[in-house]
Write a protein that binds this ligand. Structure first.
Ligand code: SF4
Ligand code: SF4
Ligand code: SF4
Ligand code: FES
Length: 509
């Protein structure tokens, strides 16, 4: 047995234990990235670094074994800074978009590439489900959204952005023609009641998300119908019928509308568990102090969003605020803290000329399609499918599981910390319908090489080149198919990033 100190705790571990295992024995979880319990490889990423206090050096805990009398730090600021630095070095050399630029630019964070893929396959219903995860009012926005996503679309630098807004509208219009509206599944009833003041964009959006989270919702509106500022729009901008349909959907989903009723938040608070003021800029509630945190006010249980707090011009921003405010009301009523998804995003500037062909391998070389029935009626099903096929699939295939992303988020790593002169050119290799290999996302952990070495029938991968230019490649002129064939799933699962990824991650899981 070996005696050592980890974070000033004396422990005894069996001979041959790594520091990673020794720390785990006393409940200290050291993050890992290139290490895999089942595959012996060499430590390379240094995300698991700890400090040997006697020698003053940082060592990879996944590889270094505990020795008698060692004194190890796992959790000091110095260790954290070292791990962050190791991540930043890896990121400096990494080329990829975790989330597609269109999605990042959408204030509501709609999963645009996923919607596009589903429309391209003709699965319009599922596409609407993806839209409605983030956007409560896709039909209204289909007419009036200024589409900041299209400005960021990578296809814009070719022959025109993907017509994202029309595609979203198409999914919602198809649903409205189907006779039975799509209503998402609700979480179990909470038996709590929320009053929403104002049936404008932000109020309607918040209502949708609150209903989905299991709250009952009463919407007080001083006008005779829903819409708020939308009611001022001309028929050729937003047909009244559209507003009517989207309100009817909310009513079917369980919203109670109380029209022609002006209420004061402080007065009605006694009858509700929470109140959300979304009454727009014309009806600023002078009696209320909005200077709370986020969407809360100084009055407990009373929240505010939209132009009543600060003028918001962009409709999709109001939709996004309604969703965020609903999440805050939920956090208050349920006592749970708000869950934040991974935020870190690897990104790169424009596609290089030579990368366009690589990206087009996953797309079609068509020009942007304009709806033949005109802008108001939008796409036919055939046009929508063809336009959706123009999407380049910019999002990463392992956006939610990539260890580089998760660790970078955890340590607040900045991709721009170490600038290199010129970024590498993106390449993509496909083993049809099974696997995609993107060398510029490889962190050179060697796990795939080790796996393939155990498969005698395969050519395998090898390291080629040296130093910063070193990369994993199929040796000589062998095909990706020959190199990896039946071991594809194993390599995909072991690869810490999306360098090796499932061709169809959504369909296969
Ligand atoms: S491999 Fe990881 S870090 Fe790189 S783009 Fe994909 S999710 Fe982001
Ligand atoms: S090509 Fe597709 S995934 Fe890429 S930015 Fe445009 S819409 Fe988004
Ligand atoms: S491709 Fe291979 S060496 Fe590169 S990160 Fe994935 S498993 Fe590691
Ligand atoms: S060096 Fe230990 S996890 Fe990468």
């Amino acid at each position: 047995m070996i005696k050592l100190k980890i974070d000033n705790i004396e422990i005894t571990v069996p001979q041959g234990s790594t520091l990673l295992k020794a720390a785990a024995a006393i409940g200290i979880q050291i993050p890992v990235m290139c290490h895999n319990e089942k595959i012996p490889n060499h430590a390379s990423c240094m995300v698991c670094a700890v400090k040997n206090k006697q020698k003053g050096e940082f060592i990879p805990s996944c590889e270094v074994k505990a020795t008698e009398g060692m004194d190890i730090d796992c959790n000091t600021e110095e260790v954290t800074a070292f791990r962050k630095d190791a991540l930043e070095l890896l990121l400096s050399d990494h080329v990829g978009d975790c989330e597609a630029p269109c999605r990042i630019s959408c204030p509501s964070f709609m999963d645009i590439p996923r919607m596009n893929r589903l429309i391209a396959q003709g699965n319009f219903k599922k596409a609407l489900e993806i839209v409605k995860e983030e956007i409560a009012l896709p039909l209204i926005l289909g007419y009036i959204c200024s589409a900041p996503c299209e400005n960021a679309c990578r296809r814009k630098q070719m022959e025109g952005a993907v017509s994202i807004c029309q595609l979203k509208k198409f999914t919602a219009l198809e649903d409205s023609k189907s006779g039975s509206y799509y209503l998402p599944e609700k979480l179990p009833e909470t038996n709590k009641k929320v009053a929403v003041i104002g049936a404008g964009i932000a109020g309607l959006s918040a209502t949708f998300h609150l209903l989905k989270m299991g709250y009952s919702c009463s919407v007080f509106e001083k006008n005779a119908k829903a819409g708020g500022s939308l009611l001022n729009l001309a028929e050729e901008v937003l047909p009244a019928e559209i507003l009517h349909i989207e309100t009817a959907i909310l009513r079917q989903f369980g919203a109670e509308f109380i029209f022609n009723t002006a209420v004061n938040a402080l007065d009605i608070k006694k009858d509700f568990d929470a109140v959300l003021i979304a009454s727009g800029e014309n009806t600023k509630d002078a009696a209320l102090d909005f200077s709370g945190d986020g969407f809360s006010t100084v009055h407990e249980g009373i929240f505010a969003c939209g132009s009543v707090v600060k003028t918001v011009k962009m409709a999709v921003k109001l939709v996004a605020q309604g969703k965020q405010a609903a999440a805050e009301v939920d956090a208050f009523l349920s006592g749970k803290s708000q869950q934040y998804a991974v935020q870190f995003n690897s990104k790169f500037a424009k596609l290089k000329e030579e990368e366009i062909a690589t990206y087009l391998m996953e797309s079609t070389a068509e020009d942007r399609i304009d709806p033949s029935q005109g802008r108001l009626d939008g796409f036919t099903a055939i046009e929508a499918m063809a336009e959706a096929q123009r999407c380049l699939r910019c999002d990463c295939r392992k956006a939610s599981t990539c260890k580089l992303r998760i660790r970078s988020d955890q340590y607040g790593a900045q991709q721009s910390k170490y600038k290199i002169a010129e970024r590498k050119t993106i390449r993509k290799y496909f083993q049809q319908d099974i696997l995609v290999y993107e060398p510029e996302k490889c962190i050179k952990c060697g796990l795939c090489i080790k796996i393939l070495e155990t498969h005698n029938d395969l050519t395998g991968f090898a390291y080629i080149g040296r130093g910063f230019d070193m990369h994993i490649a199929v040796p000589f002129d062998k095909s990706l198919q020959l190199a990896i064939a039946g071991a594809a799933a194993e390599c995909i699962a072991a690869c810490p990033t999306a360098a090796l990824a499932d061709f169809n991650p959504e369909e296969n899981h």
